[in-house]
Structures are given as structure tokens and as C-alpha cells.
Design a binder for this molecule. Sequence first.
Ligand code: NAX
Length: 330
Amino acid sequence: MKPPVRVAITGAAGQIGYAMAFRLASGEVLGPDQPVILQMIEIPPAMKSLDGVRMELDDCAFPLLAGMEAADSDHLDQGFKNANWVILLGGLPRKAGMERADLIRVNGPLFTAQGKGIQAAAASDVRVVVVANPCNTNCLIAMHSAPDVPKDRWFAMTRLDQNRGQAQLAQKAGVGVGEVKRLAIWGNHSSTQFPDFQNATISGRPVTEVIGHQEWLRKDFIATVQKRGAAVIEARGASSAASAANAALDTVKSLVNPTAKNDCIAVAVHSDGSYGIEKGLICGFPIKTDGKKWSIIEGFKIDEFAQGKIDTTVNELKQERETVKDLLPK
Ligand code: NAX
């Protein structure tokens, strides 16, 4: 039997946490022979609800669930102890009347504490996926609060945007979603993101050739993906949860398995200056990995239209960074 992988999850009793924990414990994500220990973290008032999640996990009798630990957010050293993966879901949701900048200010300091906690307690091979919004900027704050954790271990989630975009393209082309590949999500996980249909393929052919409808691709497709989160809230009365949990788990799976030659992973990572995007921002790029080490895929074609979209979303990332500059190193 392999040694267990420890996965720490903040906000584990929230909607995404509830949709995620059972799939991790089932072995579906890390493999059918890989035991998992879940380290679930919540704020003190939610610890009772977290107890309920633990009871249900017990009641699933998952053979691969090698342990469960619970910690409150005042004891992050315990919560992150020896974690190989950390999935950050916990944060305050945006309330009515709250601007994006307000949310950034409210949630930012939580990620300073979480970054410090990760550095102090997590395993030396820790990898961190930030889902809580604004995820790119929260990831930036946490990363800077953990300077000893290498920068290539930090990820912010844009996979839900990629999955959403693939589904839209597949439906439009009348093909199965598995036929859609190489859909990069550039920039911020926000309504400025650029779902890059120009480099994507359907059954190996350029999307722009298969779906000849430029106007639809440039306007409707982009807007649908950018505003999908709001559309789900409008329809369901609650924000995306199962699809968000699925995307976070897809992110983990994609990072531990080699990327197919004709595909890319959508995830936001620390920019190395590729494609002229300012170094240091946590920005969505097309990524590939051999299952151990990832890199930014070179050679995506960026025309004037795409460059305009990328500039807009990168500028938003710079503005967000400005909003939290007191939480970042001088
Ligand atoms: P919920 O409000 O259902 O759950 C969040 C949980 O976090 C709550 O149980 C809360 O008690 C806990 N929490 C709050 N502060 C905490 C702290 N300091 N430490 C530990 N736990 C803490 O939200 P949910 O729907 O699960 O969404 C979680 C986050 O994902 C939100 O920030 C949301 O905006 C973000 N999303 C990100 C997406 C992405 O694609 N990157 C898409 C889905 C989702 O909206």
C-alpha cells in the first residue's frame, strides 16, 4: 500500500467542499490505489457543520480514506500539517452591494495567514490550488506570504472556465465535449478572462474553421463563458458548486498526469514573462506537464483581437494587485 497523500481543504463544510471531499476520498482523483487523508479546515462557527461532513464520510466507508482530521481557522498549523495538497476554498462570499475591490480587501488578509500557515506546516512537496475568489489575487497574496514554498507550486483555478468553454463549443459544433482541445483561459478568473477560441481545436481542426461564425465566437461565446457564474446563480439561486468542485479536482488530476500533445491545461500560474505578461502576476496561461513539472506552452498565436482581450484582463490583475499592495512585499 502506498503512503497516504494528505489533502488539506479550507472551507470544507461549504458548498464546494461538500461536493469535493467525497470524490477525493473515493480514490477517483489521486488513483484507485492511493490512500488519502483529508485535513478539513473551517471557521469556528462552522465546526459543527464540518462534523456532519465527517460523519457522512465515515458513512461512505471509503476503503481509501486513511484518515480525517479537522482544524479550525485559528489553528492553521494543525490544519496544514504535512499537507501534500492544499485546496483553498474558504473565504467570505460576495454580498449584495459589495464591489469586487471590497471583496478583495475583506478576503486578502485571510490569505496572508493561510500562506504563512502553509509555509510553516505543510509538506516539502506541497502544491496549492486557490479557488476562493478573487482566486488569482488571493493566490498572489498567499504565495508571497510563503516565500520558502517554490513559486511553481501555486495555482489559481481557471479550469471551470475552460470546462464551461469546451461545453459551449461542443454544443455549437454538435460534437462530444471530448473533441474540444487546447482551449486556453488567459488572465483573471473574472468577467474579463479571455477564453481563447482562436487556438482551440475541435476534432483536431481549428475552432474558427469548424464554427465559421466569427461574430458568435467573438461576442456570444466569450460573453457566455465570462458570465456563466452569474447565469448559474440566477438559475439555481446559489453559486456553482458541483461544477466548481469538479474543476478543482480536474486541476489536481491534470497536474499529476501528463498532458496530451494536442491539449493544454487551463490554470493560473506565476508569470515568468511569457507572452509579454508581466512577471510575477498569477495569470491564466496554457500549461502542459509531464505529471511532475509543468511549463507554459509556447507558440499560441495571438492576433490583435486576442492581444486586446489579454491586455484587458492582465490590466485587471494589476489593479487587483494594487488594491492589496500592503499585503505584498514592498
Ligand atoms: P461557501 O460560502 O458555501 O463556503 C465557503 C466556506 O468557507 C464556508 O463554509 C465558510 O465557513 C468557510 N470559511 C470562511 N472563511 C474561512 C477561513 N478563513 N478559513 C477556513 N474556512 C473559511 O462558498 P462556496 O460556494 O463553497 O465557494 C467557495 C469559494 O469558491 C468562494 O470564494 C467562491 O467565490 C469561489 N469560487 C471560485 C470559482 C473559480 O472558478 N475559481 C468558481 C466557484 C466559486 O464561486
